[in-house]
Design a protein. Sequence first.
Length: 272
Amino acid sequence: MLRATASDGCRIAYRTEGEGPPLVLLAGQANSHHWWDSVRRDFHTARSTIVLDYRGTGDSDKPRDPYSTEGFADDVIAVLDDLGVERADVYGTSMGGRVAQWVAVRHPGRVRRLVLGCTTPGGPHSVPRDAAISRSLAAASPHEAARILADLMYTPGWRAAHPGPYGTLGDPGMPLYARRRHFTASERHDAWDALPRVTAPTLVLHGTDDTFNPAANAPLLAGRIPGAVLHLVAGARHAYFEERRDEVNPLVLDFLDAATGGQGGGDDRERA
């Protein structure tokens, strides 16, 4: 792992792979770069990829200071600076999509194209998950929580054919205080007022059967970003990018390869 140094001195671990224009892949809450392990190579046909361990995860430092999605976004910029990358495509899923929103808002010149997956604008305008889901996860043992998370991530049929282990269920080496700080950062995310300032052409992706982050957030998010394209993946849950990789990842690459002629191409409500 390579390491960049953030403005506050925190060391952010990251890894690069592949050849071609750079694509930053941002993981979900309380996860390291291993979130992308199973699908990262799908993008190496046309892109080099950059993945990182958020502060508090993996090989990055784990400070006890408060975390925020805005701060995570600035850590992404520290990684790009360390690599000497002036401009990159950015694809964030789940909390990574929240972080990607702030990368595009706070550093518009650094983002060529933006992909936001299974995420939310946050704040009072967003659609929260059912409180029963949060209660069940909070009360569960670690083993039971992993089972609940896997069910929220993947459909039963896919899990039967792919018994795991899964890289999307959290960083097992993460200290509890850092896990709590990730949860707080994600829950306090609110980019609603800032989203109209996104200038990068944007694709919003979401599984229609996602209850972990309700699919109703996708049109809200796309509606706030000028010219954003919305693509709903019929029948998919939270980890659509892994379960439906053969359908969705080529779509992402097509979007990234499209000629940039201004903002995104309107509100496309195609269902895969």
